[in-house]
Design a protein around this ligand. Structure first.
Ligand SMILES: Nc1nc2c(c(=O)[nH]1)N[C@H]1C(S)=C(S)[C@@H](COP(=O)(O)OP(=O)(O)OC[C@H]3O[C@@H](n4cnc5c(=O)[nH]c(N)nc54)[C@H](O)[C@@H]3O)O[C@H]1N2
Ligand SMILES: Nc1nc2c(c(=O)[nH]1)N[C@H]1C(S)=C(S)[C@@H](COP(=O)(O)OP(=O)(O)OC[C@H]3O[C@@H](n4cnc5c(=O)[nH]c(N)nc54)[C@H](O)[C@@H]3O)O[C@H]1N2
Ligand code: SF4
Ligand code: SF4
Ligand code: SF4
Ligand SMILES: [Mo]
Length: 663
């Protein structure tokens, strides 16, 4: 520990801490602009200057490490004067005459910094040189006239997203933020995650949807969870007048630490599907709006006689994007209450069934996404994380320049191949033979970290080569890379789990133990699941393959999920179809009864992400009139059939062994 004095206060700080963070820990705020807690210090704007005894000039505190006996002052008259001068310079360098932001934003850190120094006007004539504006991007605009060259966007795109699209071009006063080799943003390598926009302290990068929508003071901020995929990123919804104005990553969220992908930040803002706002019944072949009472009594009358019939009664299907509360009720009503033998989810356990089967025997064996932070070798098998679980992909992409090695195993070409040190393209379905061959090489060469009994190593290697079509030399190279890693991680996805082969998951667990990815303390094996509540659905046994065979009716709880033509075709075989859904789709078109359902942001609920975190989504906005929450409707259906439900999701979530620790 290091002892120092800041503003007369004795402070203890860990070695390597910057003066800026030491001050913050001691409750002393130093104004900053280019600094950001998730980014490496850059020392560019110099607003955080402090006076250090023994130094002739003020010095930037964000890049200055603490040292023993240091005496720092943050609020001397000279410092305050210099700070105002720095701000005046920043205002004068470009056009910060922002009449619109004045009434809207309220989140401009440059303006706020000036107000904090009691600045009321610009002491220097602003520069009116014209800098380029790039409006080629679908989601945001880059206006270099408002840019203070803090490089937060550049650092965020590289350090957090691992995309390295943004850079600085030109020099001095002409310095500009550009994409790639100065191509329009809309034609660049940008993957549209919006992280750069979120970190920009001024109006240089502004969101198309939220700019000029009103002052920050008029907005409320609701913490929630993205339901775009099973990563479960923490978000903040900025709401005004019962409308989501903007979605931001939550810097305090343990999963994503503020970063989001396109699907989390922008998809909900660009929803084009048509809402269903009234219950409907098929009358004379046509869906006709009716009252809730009429719709629910028809449903109850129709379904009640089907209770207790395991095979020829009712089949029920729920989306894995629904809150835990709804999934638990759904299971209780149809599996326990109706005793139907075909109660499952739209994902049919494709990402979870084989994983849970192993957990039944081995207990929880999968780790947290955090293990990626210190991984030196990552084996990605059957998971297209650059597309399907983008923020997990960012965790890999941003570590690659720091030396992480990536092995990708996928029969099809994927985005990860460009980033991988080694890409294996085995024949589809040959993974078990391939994984056993990797184990055999490690055992044969004596590189294993844990005992694994293998009888015929050479035979297994040969079998793996023959089955997969991967040559023996590349296979051995991958095995050695994994075995020699200090903290390897194995990440698998639907390419593996959809094989529904418990042995394959076990083989991956054995490989993880053999390479030290999994030991008593470390859980460097994990799978991406599918949707926001795939794990919860599996815990409720909603993981069977959906087969219609003689059932007289189907209850499909779709919620706000997307539906495919394939699903619509499967459901059209139902003699009678009840659909509870937010949006009109090919499935609602085929229904006999349609019940409107609230959207994720219109109801509170819990979601269990891929690594077992139980997270809360708050209600952000009210549903349109006539629309009810999924749980309200299920409870009503249950009541009308005299099958009241207990609603104890937390207990039933834990009755089955999970592959991840649930907390
Ligand atoms: N045999 C077999 N069965 C499976 C699986 C398997 O691998 N094999 N996988 C299981 C799993 S994990 C799942 S999730 C289900 C999927 O089963 P389906 O319900 O068939 O879903 P998808 O095939 O993902 O199709 C979703 C539809 O929504 C559309 N869509 C998706 N996102 C958007 C969007 O942002 N905007 C718009 N406009 N449209 C969108 C897509 O174009 C697609 O038409 O199937 C399950 N069943
Ligand atoms: N943007 C976006 N994100 C999504 C979704 C979406 O629709 N849009 N859907 C969500 C859902 S429901 C799910 S289930 C997840 C799926 O997310 P992932 O688990 O990443 O699954 P896929 O994206 O289907 O990628 C699986 C990869 O496995 C490969 N593969 C196929 N067969 C084999 C095989 O035999 N062996 C090996 N080793 N690999 C194989 C495929 O080529 C593919 O690249 O994504 C979720 N995320
Ligand atoms: S949106 Fe994301 S990928 Fe695109 S430039 Fe910004 S940070 Fe980089
Ligand atoms: S665009 Fe914004 S974040 Fe990027 S350098 Fe300019 S002011 Fe900083
Ligand atoms: S990675 Fe998944 S949970 Fe995170 S923002 Fe993207 S879609 Fe949402
Ligand atoms: Mo899925």
């Amino acid at each position: 520990m290091v002892q120092l004095t800041i503003n007369g206060k004795q402070i203890e700080a860990a070695e390597g801490t910057t003066v800026l963070s030491a001050a913050k820990q001691a409750g002393i705020e130093i104004p900053t602009l280019c600094a950001h807690k998730e980014l490496t210090p850059f020392g560019g704007c110099r607003l955080c200057i402090v006076d250090v005894q023994g130094f002739r000039v003020p010095i930037a505190s964000c890049t200055l490490p603490v040292s023993n006996g240091m005496v720092v002052n943050t609020e001397t008259e000279a410092i305050q004067k210099s700070r105002k001068f720095i701000l005046s310079m920043l205002f004068s360098e470009r056009n910060h005459f922002c009449p619109f932001c004045q009434v809207s934003g309220g989140d401009c850190e440059l303006q706020n910094a000036a107000y904090a120094e009691d600045m009321t006007h610009w002491p220097m004539q602003p520069g009116w040189n014209k800098y380029p504006v790039d409006s080629s991007h679908p989601y945001y605009v880059l206006d270099n006239n408002r840019c203070i060259l803090c490089r937060r966007c550049v650092r965020a795109c590289g350090e957090l997203v691992g995309n390295f699209t943004l850079t600085m071009a030109e020099r001095g006063a002409s310095t500009l933020v550009v994409a790639d080799t100065n191509v329009p943003l809309g034609e660049s390598t940008c993957i549209k995650c919006g992280t750069c926009v979120q970190v920009c302290p001024t109006g240089a990068l502004i969101d198309r949807t939220s700019a000029y929508q009103g002052h920050d003071l008029m907005m409320s901020e609701i913490k929630s969870v993205c339901i775009g995929c099973s990563v479960g990123c923490g978000i903040k919804m900025i709401v005004h007048d019962n409308r989501i104005v903007r979605i931001e990553g939550d810097w305090d969220a343990p999963v994503n630490r503020g970063v989001l992908c396109e699907h989390g930040r922008y998809d909900p803002m660009n929803e084009k599907r048509n809402r269903i706002t009234s219950p409907m019944l098929r009358k004379d072949g046509k869906l006709t709006p009716v009252s809730w009472d009429e719709a629910l009594s028809v449903v109850a009358d129709k379904l009640k006689p089907l209770a207790g019939k395991e095979h020829d009664g009712l089949a029920a299907l729920a989306s894995t994007r629904l809150p835990v509360e709804a999934l638990a009720m759904f299971k209780e009503l149809f599996a326990d209450g109706f005793k139907s033998g075909m109660v499952t989810s739209t994902e049919e356990g494709m990402t979870t069934a084989s994983v849970n089967a192993v957990a039944e025997k081995a207990g929880a064996f999968e780790g947290k996404l955090d293990v990626l932070k210190n991984a030196d070798v990552v084996l990605c098998i059957g998971a297209n994380v650059a597309k399907s679980h983008m923020v997990a992909g960012f965790m890999i992409k941003r570590a690659l320049p720091k030396g992480m090695r990536l092995v990708n195993i996928d029969p099809e070409a994927s985005e990860l191949d460009d980033l991988a040190d080694v890409s294996l393209t085995p024949k589809t379905g040959s993974d078990l033979a391939l994984v056993e061959a990797l184990q055999a090489v490690i055992v044969k060469e004596g590189l294993g970290r844990a005992p694994l009994s293998i009888q015929n190593a050479d035979g297994l290697i040969e079998a793996g080569v023959n089955a997969s079509g991967v040559d023996a030399e590349t296979l051995s190279r991958v095995a050695r890379l994994l075995a020699n890693a200090v903290s390897p991680v194995i990440l698998y996805g639907k390419g593996v789990t959809a094989q529904r082969d418990e042995k394959l998951v076990e083989a991956l667990l054995d490989l993880a133990k053999l390479t030290g990815a999994v030991d008593a303390e470390r859980f460097g094996l994990l799978s991406v699941k599918g949707e926001a509540n795939s794990v919860a659905a599996a815990q409720f046994n909603l993981d069977k393959q959906f087969v219609l065979n003689g059932q007289q009716a189907v209850y499909a709880l779709i919620g706000d999920d997307f539906v495919s033509r394939r699903l619509a075709e499967r459901l059209s075989k139902a003699p009678y179809l009840v659909v509870q859904a937010t949006y009109a789709s090919l499935v609602t078109e085929k229904a006999d009864v349609v019940l409107p359902a609230a959207l994720w942001s219109e109801q509170a609920g819990h979601y269990v992400n891929m690594d077992g975190r139980i997270q809360t989504a708050e209600k952000a906005i009210n549903a349109p009139d006539g629309v009810r929450e999924s749980t309200t409707v299920l409870a009503e259906v249950a009541m009308r059939m005299n099958m009241p439900i207990k609603q104890d999701w937390n207990t039933s979530l834990r009755t089955r062994k999970a592959s991840v620790t649930l907390a």
